[in-house]
Design a protein around this ligand. Structure first.
Ligand code: SAH
Length: 469
């Protein structure tokens, strides 16, 4: 971060602007909006500032800048069209540790003016650190359309209730109370212009919250985090990730996805690398119950989809039995993510009329126990999860039941992540490939004729090549 964003209280405080033209006028307008006492030093004023002066809204010192002009100022803006003067203002101000901004010259600034979306008292300030003011304005345009104009009213309503909520709602539940109020019917009323209804509704919520038992449980969100690329999260996943108090996650969750969890949520890692079961499943189930019982909103974040080889069923079974409220959010499973990014359609009219997701993880007794005759049949795609370690057993099972040795096999390593790799081989050769290649987990096997399509359809590889060439 090159600049720390801060919001400055300027009401009634003296601010100095050097320069009297239109650029200066835009800065003056902002300072006036913030309630500052503005003094402009400039031999002459342009039209806009002359108007402000005539209206008695600013003071004017009609001469060139001199060092004593800085006396008593809380903040300084240099907006003349003379780079030498601007640099001098900056140097003198900084020598006195006065915050100074030089228009269009970030190097001479101790603070910069962000692009602003004003829904007072809600203010969004946006900066590119001077790298691209145009980009900042484009983003501001998007935010303007994203944040309804009535947001200010909603914030004022919240302010009116703030101290009462503080007294009536215990701290552990306060955030949830506000999130319900500000995302639910109260917000809808206010944003639709029905302020009185919104206010009455908030009153009722507050009344109800005052009577809620102290030990009401929180909630568990069982959320599929997808195969790794954060852009593959669903909107709902992202929303719940933003409102959870605590996140329980395992090894499959990529750094990029984890970074989108609310910053101050507690993070609990429960492992689950092969042979490194940091917490046994029963303890994870119990942990979720314990956290929710304490009234917290618990994000159980799982790789891919929670209902595909994710033991999501076991986790919600326990929650159900314990009477803990929960919701399940599907995610993009590894098979879909890997196939899409590798350019391997999982079904195709010429190659596969069905696709089967199979676990390659042996049962407790070390046996895979799969329906080999069915899996070895032609015209289908097999996707093996957790299959790399058991590759020899998989190869033997399929060959023994008549799958042709030249059946194409793809291994997709760390699918959808920045360091994703795809290897293509055949059923006969695949063990040799795994032996000579270091495959880093997680990795997935795709078996069947569809793998040949990759030579034509590897859209990401082709795009990368186009870029390189
Ligand atoms: N619930 C998850 C699967 C959990 S089982 C899902 O729906 O995707 C764990 C296995 O999933 C790994 O052994 C690996 O085979 C596969 N897997 C998960 N993420 C992957 C990724 N990004 N790339 C390749 N395989 C992945």
């Amino acid at each position: 971060m090159d600049f720390l964003p801060l919001f400055l209280r300027l009401t009634g405080r003296p601010a100095l602007v050097v320069g009297g033209g239109e650029v200066a006028a835009r800065k003056v307008a902002l300072l006036l909006d913030a309630g500052a006492e503005v003094r402009v030093v400039a031999p002459e004023l342009g039209t806009t500032l002359a108007g402000e002066y005539a209206a008695g809204r600013i003071r004017h010192v009609a001469r060139h800048f001199a060092a004593p002009d800085l006396d008593g100022a809380d903040l300084v803006i240099a907006a003349t069209d003379d780079v030498v003067v601007n640099a001098e203002v900056s140097r003198l101000a900084r020598a006195r540790s006065l915050p100074v901004n030089v228009v269009d010259n970030p190097a001479l600034c101790s603070f910069i003016m962000p692009a602003i979306v004003d829904r007072s008292p809600v203010i969004v300030a946006l900066s590119t650190g001077g790298a691209s003011p145009v980009l900042a304005r484009l983003l501001r345009g998007r935010l303007e359309s994203l944040i309804p104009a009535a947001y200010g009213k909603l914030a004022r309503l919240a302010a009116d209730f703030r101290s009462r909520v503080q007294h009536a709602v215990p701290e552990a539940r306060r955030r949830a109370f506000w999130e319900d109020a500000l995302q639910g019917a109260v917000a809808e009323d206010v944003l639709a212009g029905r302020e009185a209804e919104g206010r009455a509704r908030l009153e009722a919520l507050l009344e109800a919250a005052g009577h809620a038992p102290d030990d009401a449980p929180g909630e568990v969100y069982l959320v599929g985090g997808g195969p790794g690329d954060p852009e593959l999260l669903t909107f709902r996943a992202l929303r719940l990730m933003q409102q959870a108090d605590v996140v329980v996650y395992d090894r499959l969750i990529s750094d990029g996805v984890l970074a989108l969890v609310r910053r101050d949520a507690e993070r609990i890692y429960v492992g689950k690398a092969r042979a490194e079961h940091t917490l046994p499943q029963e303890e994870i189930n119990a942990l979720l119950v314990r956290l929710a019982r304490a009234g917290r909103r618990v994000l159980r974040l799982k790789g891919g989809d929670p209902f595909i080889f994710g033991r999501g069923g076991e986790e919600i079974d326990t929650l159900m039995a314990e009477g803990i409220p929960f919701q399940v959010v599907p995610g993009i499973t590894a098979a879909s993510g890997c196939a899409a990014y590798a350019g391997i359609p999982l079904t195709h009219r010429d190659h596969a009329q069905s696709v089967t997701f199979v676990t390659g993880h042996p049962k407790r007794d070390g046996d895979l126990r799969l329906n080999w005759p069915a899996l070895a049949m032609p015209n289908q795609t097999l996707v093996f999860y957790m299959g790399v370690h058991g590759i020899q057993a998989i190869r033997a099972g399929l060959l023994d039941h008549g799958m042709p040795p030249d059946t194409p096999v793809a291994i997709v390593e760390r699918g959808t992540q920045p360091d994703m790799r795809t290897h293509v081989s055949t059923l006969a050769e695949v063990c040799a490939l795994v032996e000579r290649t270091e495959i880093s987990p997680p990795a997935l096997l795709i078996i069947g004729g569809v793998v040949t399509l990759r030579s034509r359809l590897d859209w990401r590889g082709q795009a990368a090549q186009r870029q390189a060439g």
